[in-house]
Structures are given as C-alpha cells and as structure tokens.
Design a protein around this ligand. Sequence first.
Ligand SMILES: Nc1ncnc2c1ncn2[C@@H]1O[C@H](COP(=O)(O)OP(=O)(O)OP(=O)(O)O)[C@@H](O)[C@H]1O
Ligand SMILES: [Mg+2]
Length: 324
Amino acid sequence: MTLELVRFINRTVELERLARYAEKGYYPVFFLYGPEGCGKTRLLVEFIKIIKEKENYVVIYVDAQDTRSIRSCLYGTEDIVSLIPTIVGVVSEPAGKALAKILPYVIERYFERKILGKHVIIALDDVVRPLGLEIIESYTKKLLDFLEWLISRGAKSAFIIATTSEGKSRRLLARHNYVTLHELWNLDPNSTKILLNELNCPQSMLENIWFLTGGNPRAIIELALKNWDIEEWLSNIKVRIRASLEKALGKFKVELKHVLEDIDSVLDNPKILEILLDANLIAPIDRPCLGYTPPVNYELGIGKYYAWQIPAYREVLKQLLKAS
Ligand SMILES: Nc1ncnc2c1ncn2[C@@H]1O[C@H](COP(=O)(O)OP(=O)(O)OP(=O)(O)O)[C@@H](O)[C@H]1O
Ligand SMILES: [Mg+2]
C-alpha cells in the first residue's frame, strides 16, 4: 500500500464522484488510469477509508502489486477481509496477482450472504502489470460478469474500480463496452503549492518545482526526500530515460525533437507514440479527467491530446538529444 508521508491533499471532486458511484452503483467496470505517481492508489485508499466506516457498505481493496502475503494485499470491511487469507490458502503466484484473479470466485462462493442489501465496492489497484497485458481484456470482462453477479444476488448497489498506470492498457481497454475509462491527472497548481508547503519546500523554489513536476505528488515527495536537490533528482531521471530509450535516442533523434516541440505530434507518428507510452514518459489526456483537468500549456508540455507525465521528462530528453 502507498506510503502516507504527508496528509492527503484535496481531490475533493474526485472523492465526491467516487462516493456517488459507491452509493448509486456504477455500470460497467470503472477503470482509472493516469501518470505514474499521480495519486491513484492514495485516492483509492483515502476513498475506502471514508466509506469503510459507513453502515451498509462492503468494501474490499486489493493491491495487486503487493507480493508479500494475501493479508497484506487486502484492506476493507474487516469481517470479510480477515477471512479471505484462510480461504485462499497458499498460492503459487505473487500474492496480489493471485488474489486479484481469485477474488470474484471467493466472494461468489463464500460471501453471498454478506453482500445482500449492501453497497458493494471492489477496488483492484494496479492490476495490469502483474496480470499482464495479454489477459487484461478477458480479466476485465470477468469483472463485468462479477459486477452483474453482485447485482443479481441482491447487492443494493455495486461499483468495481480498477487502476493502471501501464501505458498501453488504455488503448486495449478502450475497444470494449464492458469498461469505461477515467483519468486522474497530477495535482492542480493550488494543491501542489499546499503539498510543497506541507513538505517545507523553500519558497524560492516553489515555481521551479511546479514547472519541473507539473504537480506529480510522487515526484514532489522524491524531491523533498532529496532535500530539494533538483540536480540530483534530474540526474536520476536522466539515467532512467537513457536506459529506457537507449536505441530510440539515436535512431529517432529527429522525430523525438519534433515531439519535444509539439507533444500532440506523437499522433502523427505511431512508432514514437508507442515508444514514449511504453517508457511511461507521456500519457494521453482525456478531457475532462475525473477531477482536475490540466489546460493545454506548452510550457508544461501539456497538449490537447497528450502530455509529458511530468514536465521534467521533456527537459531531460532535450538534454539527452543535445548530447547524442
Ligand atoms: N492528494 C495527495 N496528497 C498527498 N500526498 C499524495 C496525494 N496523492 C498522492 N500522494 C502521495 O504521492 C505518492 C504517489 O502516490 P500514489 O502511489 O497514490 O500514486 P499512483 O498514481 O498510485 O502511482 P503508480 O502509478 O505508481 O501506481 C504517495 O506517497 C502518495 O501518498
Ligand atoms: Mg498506485
């Protein structure tokens, strides 16, 4: 589960929408995606913290990336969550992956009576990487069957939410009517400022850090943990980008330079689009996003259709291309 180094900031609109779906139910499966570290897990966990306390709600959260034990991947309604590890027993795969796959069966087989007349919320965090792109479509279809089962067996309402920051899954899932896609973007400028102040960022650096992180909370926390040493942070990013774009840097120099100037030009170049999505450097932007929707801003590398996940990626790539 996500490290809670700092108090949860804002996301009021997003929380309100999720709470509404939890109460009224949502059809079909709700897929949340967005830049790495933008706060998907934290939003889910904070959401579940709130609704878990409500009467008549059954909530189960699974961290599909957690490999430790079935118990450590689970969070939610205690009388269900505490029984699941014994029911599931020993698994031959990483715990989170195994649990994400088996959970619908476990609920159907053992907890039918517990869902009767309840608002049921199932949250499956970061499911795409552990399960694999090749099965994510069929898995999501199974989640829809599970959603229908919950409703048919007397749940008052049902809401299944899954998340991913895996770059290619959005396109795969977009082909199907059993899922709807929703994007969470980085924090808005005002929330970013609050987060920076909470972390005691020097006032003289506030603006520069906004222009480098674009409000990405993980990037901001990383910088705080590095004592606001921007050079060191950028040099770590440089190593990462150099490694993930190794061949492309030489082979597609001209095309990459073009994308640096106009991010939406990736739409004209499917190969570059795939490379940058695959490396998780850019993300599509759905307008509107679930809550805060970033306006087009070329200074921050935010186009109408695509954006750099954090603006620093563009700056670092610029330097790498200059040097190559
Ligand atoms: N609104 C917020 N207020 C304060 N801290 C936040 C907020 N959103 C996220 N964080 C913090 O930022 C970090 C990254 O968030 P989180 O892990 O939720 O991102 P993510 O989108 O789930 O990332 P990934 O794509 O890798 O799964 C965490 O330490 C989290 O606690
Ligand atoms: Mg996450």
